[in-house]
Design a protein around this ligand. Structure first.
Ligand SMILES: C[S@@+](CC[C@H](N)C(=O)[O-])C[C@H]1O[C@@H](n2cnc3c(N)ncnc32)[C@H](O)[C@@H]1O
Length: 397
């Protein structure tokens, strides 16, 4: 029997996944491997298309996404009235009930609107007027904890209306029960692990582990634990059209491993921070995989090599350091003398201190840790001189 394929084609929806600057390639790869169509790298974001299930999938599995926005309408407008009319024409009752709450966030570039707040207010009025027309009742505004959060992206006379399917930023995985004073963002940690090329094929060591973000993200990756596994809520839970059955079936797709062949070692000079790490690791139920020790990095010795070493040393911004140049110099010496055959990766916002490590990087990336501009630098550690190391590497190929 001949079946006309396009008859059964699912309607493609358009989404934008947001991330930090420098992680667009990692997010692109993740979305592509989840089955997203027409992925396209943008500035601090990746757009993609697919059936609605890709939205649930991206929220649950993407380690490098901060939020997933679902586009509901794109239009050009000439003036305020035109803008109002276009928003009025959108039937938001697909996601929001008249008894629900909502909020708008807007970004504007080269727009007729003087402020994003004005664009948000006008959009909110249009949406509420439409509800009044349809139901004789309008949703309330709740800026802190809305049932539905709308995003407006306005560039010149072009507007895009999105609903935010994530709610709280996806970096809030749900395992951080206690906060380190200078934590690495979870999305940043996951993206750095991806950039390093680690594929769960050797141990991970974090000799300045603080609250253990890198170790937890690495263990989650190795054990195939989805990024959203520990989260209690996603934005779409409160949408009218939330498909609970589909969501449950996507969660069931996760193929979490019971064990892995690699270990995760963390140490820190400060026992207070190790207590924080322990609480977070326990919350993630990863105590059997991550081993912690109270030790000064300069005295540490890796259990096994080759390993991947990740370092997020103090930058002198949020944690004060007496002499940052000396600390980074000592880090360089410890890596050179104690971590032979390992690959080490360091993230820091202090470019000058990074130079005092005194080793030649084989890779360098510009990345963000939250609001801080940072460098992420990779070193190959070997005994003897670089020339003999390079010759040895070439002969292996
Ligand atoms: C920027 S914080 C790391 C934060 C961590 N990545 C997280 O996500 O929570 C730097 C950590 O290095 C530790 N530290 C500073 N000097 C150290 C040293 N010489 N040896 C070991 N740890 C040290 C601090 O106690 C602090 O916890």
């Amino acid at each position: 029997m001949y079946i006309c394929a396009f008859k059964f084609r699912v309607k493609m929806e358009y989404f934008v996944a947001k991330t930090f600057a420098g992680f667009e390639s990692e997010l692109f790869k993740e979305l592509h491997s989840l089955g997203a169509h027409n992925c396209c790298k943008l500035n601090r974001a990746v757009s993609f298309e697919g059936d609605i299930d890709i939205m649930y999938r991206a929220n649950y599995f993407c380690r490098t996404a901060l939020r997933i926005l679902w586009r509901r309408k794109s239009f050009r407008f000439k003036n305020n009235n035109d803008f109002y009319k276009n928003i009025f024409d959108y039937d938001a009752s697909e996601v929001l009930s008249p008894d629900g709450t909502m909020a708008f966030r807007a970004t504007i570039v080269d727009s007729i609107f003087a402020t994003p707040l004005y664009a948000s207010m006008l959009a909110k009025d249009a949406l509420c007027d439409r509800f009044r027309d349809m139901f004789n009742k309008r949703p309330d505004v709740d800026k802190e904890n809305p049932d539905v959060l709308f995003h407006l992206h306005i560039y010149k006379d072009e507007a895009h209306l999105f609903v935010d399917s994530s709610g709280e930023s996806l970096h809030k995985r749900g395992y951080k029960v206690r906060n380190h004073p200078a934590p690495l963002n979870e999305v940043t940690a996951a993206a750095l692990i991806m950039k390093s090329g680690w594929n769960a094929d050797c141990d991970i060591i974090d000799p300045m582990c603080g609250g253990a973000t890198i170790l937890i993200e690495a263990a989650m990756k190795a054990l195939n634990i989805p990024a959203g596994f520990y989260r209690r809520e996603f934005g779409f839970y409160r949408w009218k059209n939330f498909d609970r059955k589909l969501w449950a079936s996507i969660r069931n797709e996760a193929d979490i491993a019971d064990d892995v062949n690699v270990n995760f070692y963390g140490s820190d000079i400060d026992t207070r921070f190790l207590d924080i790490a322990r609480s977070n690791i326990k919350q993630a139920r990863l105590q059997d995989f991550i081993l912690l020790e109270n030790e000064k990095m300069q005295n540490s010795n890796p259990e096994r090599t080759p390993s991947f070493v990740f370092l997020n040393p103090p930058y002198g911004e949020r944690l004060s350091v007496e002499d940052i140049t000396t600390l980074y110099k000592e880090i360089g010496n410890a890596l050179k003398n104690r971590y032979t055959d390992c690959k080490a990766f360091i993230i820091s916002s202090d470019a000058i201190a990074l130079k005092s490590i005194g080793l030649k990087p084989f890779k360098k990336w510009s990345v963000m840790n939250g609001a801080l501009d940072c460098q992420f630098v990779g070193f190959e550690l070997f005994s003897g001189d670089r020339k003999s190391f390079v010759v040895k590497q070439k002969s292996k190929k």
